[in-house]
Design a protein around this ligand. Structure first.
Ligand SMILES: CC(=O)N[C@H]1[C@@H](OP(=O)(O)OP(=O)(O)OC[C@H]2O[C@@H](n3ccc(=O)[nH]c3=O)[C@H](O)[C@@H]2O)O[C@H](CO)[C@@H](O)[C@@H]1O[C@H](C)C(=O)N[C@@H](C)C(=O)N[C@H](CCC(=O)O)C(=O)O
Ligand SMILES: Nc1ncnc2c1ncn2[C@@H]1O[C@H](COP(=O)(O)OP(=O)(O)OP(=O)(O)O)[C@@H](O)[C@H]1O
Ligand SMILES: N[C@H](CCC[C@H](N)C(=O)O)C(=O)O
Ligand SMILES: [Mg+2]
Length: 489
């Protein structure tokens, strides 16, 4: 595609060289530049893409998109200067791939917790309603049955446009995608057209990246600020920041709630280890998902489907048969009835919700013995450190025994992370905690401590099938380790 078409309707500050220059691929990584590529220089968190312009040219780049021209300009290369190259890249990618997002009905889901759950439920619901669908999520990307591994919650904008193009070729009509706060700030959704946006909730996370909670709120809100007037913006009004998200959106404002007046109102009748029983729009429905937080997820999915024109009764009927996403409250039960629960709770709020749900389920149990709750939990390295003591404290307050362990230490010293977690344990809870750095050992110890009917929560990794230590991803799956430990009992 010629540069003049690639940058059609994109504000440019300056150009040098011919706008008739043809480019055959786009990339923001000099290591992927080939002949006739457009190299986009993006300022990152670790390094500045502008320092790789020369390398990109040596590798055959025909054109450069940047915020600052290099001191020496090559006469054989075209340069385009913009205010924000990450943002311009989004719109250029949309032009390059011929606007796939405009030809699909894309719904984006944002919030601290519940994005994967809501996007996956929507994907499964719309497939069961007979549509061909695409999914972009933390667990995996999917085009109907085809699974494409995901590296991010929200891919970079070039990858997204490529995936959307494949979805269109496959005949998809609907796409459900997670929109992370990183993605909004880094312009990974620039140039995409959505038919709807959903807000789940906002609590403590990612302060390492956003600095302050206000910046984090602003990042989430940025998604709704970008929605067009033709889209819907569906928010959880039971969350303190639910309405803030809609303050400046051009989209149609819609709400859901379990507590107050809203476009879509639900009520939980019963919550057990077998599922949720709810009233939605005056209809009583059973769902396979567990926990009050999932009542919110289900309600938002119902609301979005109705806003997209689906029949309410048909939606509820289909939704009641849908299984929870991988690693979300996934149960592994031993022969002697110890209940293992693997859950991706990796934020204070998620951990609290899951443990409160487990406490609620335990208390409704009819047997004489009150089951003990044993929690195995860790916090990721090179991620928000402020959540570490808070999560340890929550685990202690809501469990009978707690085993603190590692969860992707990445480049940090695992024992240093664990010491920061221990700092959150109040003196009265010291006796109930054990620290075992090796996650495998930690799970085995939990199983050794458990008696029949006890509940072991293994939190933080959910669907993940690896443990990342010093840049290497070792095979690790909480569900497999639990199953093996149960078998060895
Ligand atoms: C902190 C963060 O978000 N980092 C993302 C960011 O990388 P960065 O800003 O560090 O990039 P950088 O390394 O400084 O490089 C700057 C530029 O120079 C380029 N470069 C670099 C080296 C080189 O040799 N040549 C070259 O051209 C890079 O390609 C890049 O364009 O941009 C990269 C390209 O899109 C992402 O892969 C990378 O995600 C990293 C791997 C990451 O871990 N991100 C996490 C925190 C993340 O995004 N998480 C959210 C989920 C959060 C949630 O679900 O709660 C997500 O959406 O996945
Ligand atoms: N609506 C919700 N409110 C609070 N907690 C939730 C909600 N939905 C799920 N959770 C909890 O949060 C965990 C993560 O859920 P999910 O993967 O759906 O969130 P996410 O927003 O996609 O997370 P990530 O930011 O890592 O992609 C679940 O395992 C569960 O413990
Ligand atoms: N999307 C989250 C995942 C955290 C999962 C947890 N297992 C960890 O590694 O910290 C993040 O990148 O912060
Ligand atoms: Mg997710």
């Amino acid at each position: 595609m010629q540069l003049k078409d690639l940058f059609y309707k994109i504000p440019l500050l300056a150009t040098s060289g011919s706008m008739n220059t043809d480019v055959t691929s786009l990339t923001m990584d000099s290591r992927n530049v080939g002949a006739d590529s457009l190299f986009i220089a993006v300022r990152g968190t670790l390094t500045d893409g502008h320092s790789y312009i020369e390398t990109a040219i040596r590798q055959g780049a025909a054109a450069i998109l940047c915020e600052e021209l290099p001191a020496e300009i090559s006469p054989d290369v075209a340069y385009v200067r913009v205010l924000d190259s990450a943002r311009a890249m989004g719109f250029a990618a949309a032009n390059f791939y011929e606007q796939p997002s405009k030809k699909l009905k894309i719904v984006g889901v944002t919030g601290t917790n519940g994005k994967t759950s809501v996007a996956t439920l929507l994907f499964r619901l719309f497939r069961s309603l007979g549509y061909r669908c695409g999914l972009l999520s933390t667990v995996q990307n999917q085009i109907d049955d085809e699974i494409i591994p995901a590296t991010h919650t929200t891919p970079d904008v070039i990858t997204t446009n490529q995936l959307l193009t494949r979805m269109l070729t496959h005949g998809c009509t609907h796409v459900f995608m997670e929109v992370s706060s990183h993605a909004v700030v880094q312009e990974r959704i620039a140039g995409l057209t959505f038919v709807g946006g959903i807000f789940t909730n906002i609590t403590h996370d990612h302060l390492d990246f956003h600095g302050t909670f206000d910046n984090y709120i602003r990042a989430k809100k940025g998604f709704f600020d970008q929605l067009p007037a033709s889209a819907f913006a569906l928010t959880n009004v039971d969350d303190k920041r639910g309405l803030v998200m809609l303050q400046n959106t051009a989209a149609r404002k819609e709400t859901y709630s379990l507590q107050t007046l809203a476009t879509f109102k639900g009520k939980v009748i019963a919550d057990s280890l077998f599922g949720l029983n709810m009233f939605i729009d005056e209809r009583e429905v059973w769902f396979k998902l567990i926990g009050r937080f999932n009542a919110y997820n289900l309600l938002s999915v119902y609301g979005a489907a109705v806003l997209m024109g689906e029949d309410p009764l048909e939606v509820l009927t289909s939704l009641s048969g849908i299984a929870p996403p991988s690693g979300r409250f996934e149960q592994v039960v031993s022969d002697d009835k110890i209940v293992g629960i693997v859950d991706y709770a990796h934020t204070p709020d998620a951990l609290q919700n899951v443990l409160e749900t487990i406490n609620g389920l335990r208390n409704t149990d009819e047997q004489d013995y009150l089951p003990q709750i044993i929690t195995v939990v860790g916090c990721g390295g090179n991620r928000d450190a402020t959540k570490r003591p808070i999560m340890a404290d929550i685990a202690c307050r809501l469990s009978n025994r707690v085993i603190l362990t590692s969860d992707n230490p990445r480049h940090e010293d695992p024992m240093a992370i664990l010491e920061q977690m221990q700092a959150g344990v109040s003196p009265v809870d010291f006796k109930k905690t054990i620290t075992i750095e090796d996650r495998h050992e930690a799970i085995r110890r939990a199983v050794a401590l458990a008696r029949p009917h006890d509940i072991i929560l293994v939190a933080g990794k959910g669907h993940e099938t690896y443990q990342e230590i010093k840049g290497i991803k070792y095979d690790f799956d909480d569900r497999v380790v639990l199953r093996e430990a149960f078998a060895e009992r």
